[in-house]
Design a protein around this ligand. Structure first.
Ligand SMILES: Cc1cc2nc3c(=O)[nH]c(=O)nc-3n(C[C@H](O)[C@H](O)[C@H](O)COP(=O)(O)OP(=O)(O)OC[C@H]3O[C@@H](n4cnc5c(N)ncnc54)[C@H](O)[C@@H]3O)c2cc1C
Length: 504
């Protein structure tokens, strides 16, 4: 399927900006006077803590502006999968700990740890597509929009993150709530057919249903604490939806009950290809100075990922006939989009005022998303920044799977995001987010590991897994990484009495 001229222009702009980010990283490395020979036999770039340019490079590894106060001794930027093995053998031989980075979007910045090596895999960005088998072999540094663009050339797609620049590595390992997520079992990680990994001793293995199935189990949800470096994912793609239609409705926050009742009525029966995204957000049209209590809105967007216009319109019809449509102050129905065009659409609505700020997130996997939204509503009115927002996906359709350690299982997801600009308000924003969890947790069956505030609350990591999955992950860590070369989840080592990596 071809892209229209507008979307092609947008696509080129977005891809160009990703290229610029990559170039910036390389430039910084070159300027740094990076140490050649610091890791014998390694042809990539190594930047030591004492090198000029280290700090610029370190900060560029975390996408948002809340840069962690954690300082690796070496930053190793690899260019090939072989080089990953070289770095790991060196780390094991020299008793250095390793933290892995792909796209750098994790809010808690877990790839930056004190001491040891930050292994930056972001330059591993190759994609190979087996069109006949609908399998995409995707290196870990590929960004969401790059995968969508490449697969579209073969009439295929995969549920990538909604944000174009999120790395496939961290997204897939943590679970991955992607476009059209309900259609493919709720989490993108379930679409990993196999993964190529480098283990702590430098061995390269492939994990699949028949080879190292225990490793594949851990890859599907192990998140930012995996005990191996994944270099490549083998992903099950599916036919690109060709007739995407989108309806959006805006209501004042006072009418939240109308939105949640409509979603609850829709949830059980609707086609799994209908994705709904309910937002509580600041009204970007509110005049400056409007009291916070009067400037918040509910914004529901429904995406129908159909293969014909009739199919997509039928998915959206119940919304058009609902009280939500009757009471909406603004609405737009059945608008045609390509998948590519949805990336800017999502960001123009979800995060007004720009999405690059200081950043913290919390989440609930829940069967009661409506109750969480109501419990949060008053607290949300007091959000310390106008960019803070709440997102709910009512229809994740998650099912427990024995072949995946991802084990927060329920019907829906709710995420709460504190995003702000002024460093002096850090504490206010963190406290606001912490208080939000007191409204979310009573209805949560678990949390989403890619969106828990592990910097201040490492105990929430364990709550992302069933007790059995947590225990099995610890056992596999001991088996595959007996020397503890890889860092564990943020804060877990400190809790276990090991090298502390918790920062204030
Ligand atoms: C603006 C924004 C939008 C987002 N949108 C979505 C969304 O729509 N859906 C969703 O589900 N999530 C979303 N996220 C969350 C995102 O999925 C996670 O933050 C994810 O961890 C980012 O992956 P990354 O590779 O970019 O990050 P990184 O920070 O590079 O990776 C996070 C951690 O994962 C581990 N890791 C990464 N790659 C590897 C590897 N190859 N081998 C071993 N370990 C590895 C490491 O521990 C690493 O520190 C969003 C985040 C942001 C900031």
């Amino acid at each position: 399927m071809g892209f229209g001229s507008t979307s092609r222009r947008q696509a080129l702009q977005q891809l160009a900006s990703l290229g610029a980010l990559g170039a910036l990283g390389v430039l910084r490395s070159e300027r740094s006077g990076a140490a050649t020979g610091a890791i014998p036999g390694f042809g990539g770039t190594v930047t030591r803590r004492q090198d000029a340019g280290y700090e610029g490079l370190r900060q560029s590894l975390v996408w948002h502006r809340s840069k962690p106060a954690r300082y690796p001794d070496l930053i190793a930027q690899v260019r090939s999968e072989d080089e990953v093995a070289t770095v790991l053998r060196y780390a094991a031989a020299n008793r250095l700990k390793v933290a892995v980075r792909s796209g750098g979007h994790n809010p808690t910045g877990p790839s930056l740890r004190d001491g040891g090596i930050c292994l930056d895999l972001s330059a591993l960005a190759g994609i190979e597509v087996d069109r006949e088998r609908a399998i995409a072999r995707v290196q870990t540094g590929v960004r969401a929009i790059q995968l969508v663009a490449r697969l579209a050339q073969d009439g295929l797609t995969f549920p990538t993150a909604h944000c174009p620049s999120v790395g496939m590595g961290g997204f897939l390992l943590g679970g991955g709530i992607g476009w059209n997520h309900g259609y493919r079992g709720g989490m993108a990680t379930f679409g990993i057919e196999a993964a190529d990994l480098v283990l702590a001793d430098g061995r390269r293995v492939t994990a699949s249903a028949t080879e190292h199935p225990d490793l594949l189990w851990a890859v599907r949800g192990g998140g930012p604490g995996l005990f191996a470096a994944v270099t490549r994912f083998h992903l099950a793609a599916y036919p690109l939806p060709t007739a995407i239609r989108v309806s959006s409705y805006i209501l004042p926050l006072d009418k939240l009950a109308t939105m949640t009742a409509t979603l609850d009525a829709l949830a059980p029966a609707a086609d799994p290809k209908l994705e709904t995204l309910a937002l509580l957000m600041h009204d970007p049209a509110a005049p400056p100075g409007t009291p916070p209590g009067q400037s918040k809105i509910c914004f529901l967007t429904a995406f129908a990922f159909g293969y014909s216009e009739a199919e997509s319109r039928a998915m959206l019809a119940p919304l058009a006939q609902s009280a939500l449509a009757r009471e909406a102050t603004v609405k737009e129905e059945n608008r045609a989009f390509t998948l590519f065009e949805l990336f800017p659409k999502f960001f123009s609505t979800a995060q007004p005022g720009g999405y690059m700020g200081r950043y913290a997130a919390e989440s609930a996997i829940t069967d009661e998303p409506g109750r969480i939204l109501h419990a949060l509503a008053d607290h949300f009115r007091k959000a310390p920044s106008p960019i803070c927002h709440v997102i709910a996906s009512h229809r994740m359709n998650l099912r427990a799977r024995e072949d995946a350690c991802f084990s927060s299982i329920a019907r829906s997801y709710v995420g709460c995001f504190a995003i702000w600009d002024d460093e002096r308000t850090d504490e206010n924003n963190f406290r606001w987010l912490e208080k939000a969890t007191t409204f979310m947790d009573p209805y949560a069956k678990g949390h989403y590991i890619n969106e828990v505030e592990a910097r201040r609350h490492p105990e929430r990591i364990r709550q992302c897994y069933s007790p059995a999955a947590w225990q099995r992950l610890q056992a596999l860590r001991r088996q595959y990484d007996p020397q503890a070369v890889f860092h564990s989840w943020l804060g877990q080592e400190a809790q276990a009495g090991g090298a502390g990596d918790l920062q204030p």
